[in-house]
Design a protein around this ligand. Sequence first.
Ligand code: CTP
Length: 407
Amino acid sequence: MRIYKVGGAVRDRLLGKPVTDIDWVVVGATTEEMLAKGFRPVGADFPVFLHPKSGEEYALARTERKSGRGYGGFTFHASPEVTLEEDLIRRDLTINAMAEDDQQNLTDPYHGQRDLEARLLRHVSPAFAEDPLRVLRVARFAARYAALGFTVAPETLELMRQLSESGELEALTPERSWKEISRALMEDQPQVFIEVLRACGALKVLMPEVDALFGVPQPPAHHPEIDTGAHTLSVLQQAALHKQPLTVRWACLLHDLGKGLTPKEEWPRHIAHEFKGLKLIKAVNERFKVPRDCQELAMLVGEYHTHGHRALELKPSTLLELLQSFDVYRRPQRFEEFIAACEMDARGREGLEQRSYPQADYLRGAATAARSIAVQPLLEKGFKGPELGEAIKRERLKALKAYKENA
Ligand code: CTP
């Protein structure tokens, strides 16, 4: 039996990047031999094992053939006769299809090293099309390695276009798609992920609501970049530059979906786009079974981002409604994330990236003022039930009026 390091570990070592997890491929072995050595099988019909000590993945060299539509439609053929080259050819990208033995001797039959140097994301063979998730993977790698100058090879982009048009992307499970989307959003240049998906027609299939923003104009006074799609990409880029968490990045991507619904006659204005966008945000959230914290923040940012920008002009009663909507008393962190998303939205505009955002501290101060109201003295005055709720609200409103006057 011969054992090789494969995939990302080889790629990242050659790129001089830190290697986090290592995948191994085993040539010339049977399942029985692996079990005899103490490896633990991962699944019943899947020739992948976990190392008894390191827990790393060891896969028997295999060929894969697609036998039907969707991800279930796979048959595997793993046997001691399958060669390393046969295993590597079914992989997604040439830069992911290199193997290395324990002496660091490289096996690179599909010229991954050449493509690393040329900064090209290129598919290995037509077998690329056997897993439509690879469309998202390539876009994710493009986002990750954009700073190094990587681009998608034209022939790979063409194959991705064909896959997107074939309807295969619709067969992806929400869980697999979200895993790629969420990882891609956490890369340094998440906007490149969206750009590549758009360039191959996958965005139209996966998130038509985001795709629809391209070509929709906004008023140049507030949006020198004009195009809503371009603005969305800039907001996402700002979120990455400011190291925002996934919740904020997801909210940034979806905050303006309502602008895609504005009738052309109303362009470049987008009256009530915040409210109109909510059903679209909900649909995207549900499509990918997005985690609850991301779903919630996206909906709240969608509805209230304009309130954030207008914070200094808001009446105390409106400010109070905003704070109540966020349940800022029990969920202070979520309000911080809202403020962050608003700030990214304000900066994700051409030429305004460095602007200050006094609204942020103003909103924080308002939250502190409203939170400063203690319940105990009101209880002592005898307030109970709904009356207590009303009394707390009145006190908070008073505090916000004072806050606004002194700000
Ligand atoms: N692979 C593939 N097609 C997929 C998933 C994985 O061809 N849909 C292959 C690639 O050779 C890849 C390897 O399996 O390099 C390991 O996959 P994975 O661990 O998902 O990705 P990495 O390349 O290690 O990248 P990352 O750094 O993102 O984990």
